[in-house]
Design a protein around this ligand. Structure first.
Ligand SMILES: *Cc1c(COP(=O)(O)O)cnc(C)c1O
Ligand SMILES: [Zn+2]
Length: 361
C-alpha cells in the first residue's frame, strides 16, 4: 500500500501513481518483512539478497548486479568508507532505480520521463534500456558532460534545459502530464531500494548497526532510505538502537541545514549559489518534514561545508585512491566538524561515497 503524507489517502500497491491527487508525496507502508540471516548469506550478490523486505512481486524483479558494494576501513579508527559508486551506472542511485523499474514492470508501464542533475537520469536510462522501457531524461544544460554522454549512450532521449535545476523540474512536470513521471524524488519505491544500504551495512559490519552514517543530502533519498532500513531492522530486533544519520549539505545550498538548526519542522525554500556539489542542489527538498524527523529521531545532525572544503576533501579522497565526484566528497569535507562536535570516536562511523569521479568532469 501507499499512503499520502499530506491527506493520508491510501493507494493499492497495483495502482501506478507517483504522487497523491492532492499533490502530496506517497510512502510505501505495510511492507512484509521476511528476512533470515542464513538466507541473506546464500542470496545473490546484489541488493536482492534483502528481497524479503522489498515489496515487488518475484517475477518482476530486475537486476544488473546493483548493491552489495565494498565497505573498506578508512585511516582513522572506527571510520569506514562505503563505496556506493561501485554500481552498474556509477552511483548509489542504482539501488532506488532497480526497485522503481521492477515496479514499472509490475505496473506494465512502457514509457517514462524523469528529471535529474545527472546520476538519477543515467541510472534510469540504463535500467530502462535493459528492460525495454522508453525513457526521456530532462537535465540542466550545465550538467557534467560525462553524465550527459552516459545518458545518451543508454539510448534515452535527452533534453537539456537552460537555467536552474528548478527550471528542469518544471519542464519535466509539464511533460509528465502525458508520460509517467518516474522521478526518483517522487516514486515512493525509490526509498525501498535505498533502504537496502542500511541492511548492507548491518550485514557487512557483522550483523550489527554502525554508530553513525554520514551522507550527502539534496532531496534526501539516502537519509530516508537509511532511516527506513534501520527502523525495519530495529522492529525485527536485529539491531537495538537507531544509528545517527549525519546529513551533509553545501553551504551554497543548504535548506535542510537551516531548517534543522532553526528548529523548524518544515524546510522552506532557499536562495542558492552555485556549488561544485551538483548532486545536492535542491533549493527545497520534496520531503522536507520527513527528512528533519528522520535526522532528529536518529539523534543525528546536519553539517554544511564550503566550496573550499569540498575541493580539499575531493583531493584528499583522491590521494587515498578514492576517485569520487565533488558531491560525494562533501562527507569527508564534514570530518573536522564531526570531530569538533564530538560525533567521532563514539563507535563505527560510515561515510557513504555516492558517485564515481569518472563522469563528473
Ligand atoms: C543524487 C545524489 C546525491 C543526493 O541524493 P538525494 O536523494 O538528492 O539526497 C548524492 N550524491 C550523488 C552522487 C548523487 O547522485
Ligand atoms: Zn494526498
Amino acid at each position: 500500500m501507499m499512503v499520502c503524507q499530506l491527506c493520508k489517502k491510501e493507494y493499492a500497491k497495483d495502482q501506478a501513481v507517483w504522487n497523491c491527487e492532492c499533490g502530496g508525496y506517497l510512502t510505501v507502508t505495510g511492507v512484509k518483512k521476511e528476512l533470515h540471516k542464513e538466507q541473506v548469506e546464500k542470496g545473490p550478490r546484489s541488493l536482492w539478497r534483502y528481497g524479503g523486505v522489498i515489496p515487488v512481486g518475484d517475477k518482476y524483479r530486475v537486476s544488473m548486479g546493483e548493491g552489495f558494494t565494498p565497505l573498506i576501513p578508512g585511516k582513522d579508527p572506527g571510520l569506514y568508507f562505503k563505496l556506493d559508486f561501485v554500481q552498474p551506472t556509477g552511483s548509489y542511485k542504482d539501488r532506488g532505480t532497480c526497485i522503481v523499474v521492477s515496479k514499472l514492470k509490475e505496473w506494465g508501464i512502457r514509457e517514462v520521463i524523469e528529471d535529474s542533475s545527472g546520476n538519477a537520469g543515467a541510472s534510469l536510462a540504463a535500467y530502462c534500456a535493459n528492460n525495454g522501457i522508453a525513457c526521456e531524461i530532462y537535465a540542466p544544460a550545465y550538467t557534467s558532460p560525462g553524465k550527459l554522454a552516459q545518458i545518451a549512450a543508454y539510448g534515452a532521449k535527452l533534453i537539456k534545459v537552460p537555467g536552474t535545476r528548478e527550471d528542469t523540474t518544471a519542464a519535466a512536470r509539464l511533460r509528465a502530464q502525458e508520460v509517467f513521471y518516474a522521478s526518483h524524488n517522487w516514486v515512493p519505491y525509490f526509498i525501498e531500494g535505498t533502504k537496502t544500504l542500511a541492511y548492507e551495512l548491518w550485514e557487512q559490519l557483522g550483523w550489527r548497526a554502525p554508530w553513525g552514517v554520514v551522507v550527502p543530502a539534496g532531496n534526501g533519498s539516502l537519509v530516508l532510505g537509511l532511516y527506513k532500513g534501520f527502523q525495519e531492522l530495529l522492529s525485527m530486533k536485529y539491531i537495538d538502537f537507531l544509528p545517527r544519520i549525519i546529513a551533509v549539505q553545501s553551504e551554497n545550498c543548504c535548506p535542510v541545514y537551516q531548517a534543522f538548526h532553526g528548529g523548524l519542522t518544515t524546510v522552506p525554500k532557499v536562495e542558492k549559489k552555485p556549488t561544485r556539489a551538483e548532486g545536492i542542489t535542491s533549493a527545497q527538498p520534496v520531503k522536507g518534514p520527513a527528512l528533519l524527523e528522520a535526522i532528529r529521531n536518529s539523534k543525528g545532525t546536519v553539517i554544511k561545508v564550503t566550496e573550499e572544503e569540498i575541493t580539499q576533501a575531493y583531493q584528499y579522497l583522491g590521494h587515498q585512491g578514492l576517485y569520487v565526484e565533488p558531491t560525494s566528497a562533501t562527507v569527508w569535507a564534514a570530518w573536522e566538524q564531526i570531530n569538533e562536535t564530538g560525533l567521532a570516536g563514539q563507535g563505527t562511523l560510515v561515510m557513504v561515497l555516492t558517485g564515481s569521479g569518472l563522469k563528473a568532469q
